[in-house]
Design a protein around this ligand. Structure first.
Ligand code: LMR
Length: 395
């Protein structure tokens, strides 16, 4: 049966963690996978999560099945977090999923069922797992221009020019905030233009919201998406609790579907649950139960928000420190863009050769393509990293 099978290609992100773990050098930095670490280099369980878990331990009285859409109370509070008082909430429905990857896959599958010839457009660059997930669901994948390697910001002119040629057969995958991998986010005015285009041309916006709260704030990070959500007839969202709740391994995510009527959204939801049933039946409960407890409790929610603020501010601080260390070493403003980027990541413009040299000569692990996880960097490691970057990247 399996004699002709060849091994899978290594995952470009997850393989870096393993490679760094196996590196026996005492001085090394794992800036690959998107995981937050504190100043002690630890990915902590948030205190709000610990409190919710201890409440759950006391209160939970059954482990019976929940349902294919997971916990509807979780779905509700997560949609509130995402949408605030957005008017589209009245026609939106949610399905709890195993992480945002699970949401991306289920939403891709329902697009394929609804329109087998649909084409999905993702940003160039984009999250390394976007195209594989979409292709695994049978969708055609195309790319719109996004990252400008010169400015390290979004090339909005080129992006909008490509989107202006799309129509009803197209789905446009957008990053809600904290673009992965680049760190370069859309401006509010681009969200407005994309909204107008979706309405006139009829393409479907599909938003990946994996880092809400890690850019400028919980509300601020959703502002562009909420503008769009209020105005377009249909949209899809894949949302994650991995980063802002620190629930990575609990695989806690949400798929949101909003169509022009609630009845139509429910119809799409039923097909998503059918996809879930033929795959994993229903999502794991533990992470969603924690999130529900936190978001339903005003005091706990405030505490959680303060913990997200702490994480966000630490990332911003480390970005600023790295920029100033690099200014000092290179006597230039070549790396100033790192402080303008949002969220965990920046694409720093390192070539494949430079990424390999950083790894092999300096023990600094980035994802190929030059993505650096700033959220995994300790303030005390900034000088070491700045030395490595200036040695390898500055002529
Ligand atoms: C990342 O981009 O590093 C994370 O989202 C982890 C993953 O699943 O790829």
């Amino acid at each position: 049966m399996f004699s002709a099978l060849t091994p899978a290609v290594k995952d470009p992100i997850l393989s870096q963690t393993l490679a760094c773990l196996q590196d026996t050098r005492s001085r090394k930095l794992d800036l690959g996978v998107g995981v937050y670490r504190n100043e002690q280099g630890v990915t902590p369980v948030l205190q709000s999560v610990k409190m919710a878990e201890s409440r759950l331990l006391d209160e939970q009285d059954s482990k019976a099945y929940v349902g294919m859409a997971g916990c509807e109370r979780f779905n509700r509070v997560m949609m509130d977090l995402l949408l605030g008082d957005n008017s589209s909430l009245s026609r939106a429905v949610g399905v709890q999923t195993p992480g945002a990857s699970g949401a991306l896959r289920l939403l891709a599958e329902v697009i394929k069922i609804a329109n087998p010839t649909a084409k999905i457009w993702t940003s160039d660059l984009s999250y390394a797992n976007h195209a594989p997930i979409m292709k695994a669901a049978g969708l055609d994948v195309a790319y719109y221009p996004y990252f400008d390697p010169q400015t390290k910001m979004v090339n909005e002119v080129a992006m909008l020019a490509t989107l202006s040629s799309l129509g009803k057969n197209d789905v446009v995958l957008l990053h809600g905030c904290c673009h992965n991998p680049t760190g370069a986010d859309l401006s509010y005015s681009s969200w407005q233009t994309i909204t107008d285009m979706a309405n006139v041309q009829g393409f479907l916006p599909f938003i990946d919201m994996a880092y809400q709260g890690f850019g400028d704030g919980m509300e601020e990070d959703a502002a562009g998406f909420r503008y769009l959500a209020e105005r377009v007839p249909d949209y899809l969202v894949a949302s994650s609790c991995s980063k802002n709740f620190g629930l990575y391994r609990e695989r806690t995510g949400l798929a949101v579907i909003a169509s022009d009527t609630l009845q139509q959204s429910e119809c799409i939801k039923s097909r998503i649950m059918e996809c879930a049933r033929s795959s994993y039946t229903m999502p794991p409960d533990h992470g969603a139960a924690i999130v529900r407890i936190i978001l339903e409790d005003k005091v706990l929610k405030e505490y959680w928000l303060s913990e997200v603020t702490q994480m966000r501010q630490r990332i911003q601080q480390v970005r600023t420190s790295l920029v100033s260390a690099l200014q000092h070493r290179t006597d230039s403003h070549q790396f100033d863009f790192i402080a303008q980027h949002k969220g965990m990541f920046s694409v720093i413009g390192a070539t494949s050769d430079q990424v390999a040299r950083l790894r092999e000569s300096c023990g600094v692990y980035l994802v190929d393509g030059g993505r650096m996880n700033l959220a995994g960097l300790k303030e005390s490691d900034v000088p070491f990293l700045a030395d490595a970057l200036s040695e390898v990247m500055v002529p």
